[in-house]
Design a protein around this ligand. Sequence first.
Ligand SMILES: [Zn+2]
Length: 177
Amino acid sequence: MNKEGHVLNGALLALGLGLILAVDPTAGPLITESSSALALEAGRRVVELSLPVILGALFPDVDTAFGKHRKTLHNLPVLAIFLAFPPIFGNLQYVWVGVATHYVLDMVGSKRGIALFYPLSSQEYDLPTGVATSSKWANPVTFVVTAVELIVLGAVHYYVFALDTTFSEAATLLGLF
Ligand SMILES: [Zn+2]
């Protein structure tokens, strides 16, 4: 995907995710908060997510200028670094979400894959879906990919685990520490 697609994907994902996270899945089927409190919380979440996710969504394509495109910054070790920053340094929260969705959009929405295991392997992984990045279908495909991502994330948040569970909370719940 091109920059436009990645910004669109990041912005819509942040918007959807902000709305998803505003509702606490453990609160039960009845929402006790007033609708204005809920709207305020949703707005705060959307703003909180928007810039980090959009920045993250733009980051991998820096490798068009430095390194090998779709390899140097399009791999799981780079994603792991972004995941490690919040618990270790207390910054860059949510940037990994943008990096992850960039990978998904490149693999699902465009013709060429990404080298997930670079620098261990230069093999590019791709799904048999997607259109050329210059295609007039690029934006519609981006909308569909984003919608599917949000459906999956929403289902996980409500039925599997709350997406804003912190690492230490999760570890405590699992009895790791
Ligand atoms: Zn890319």
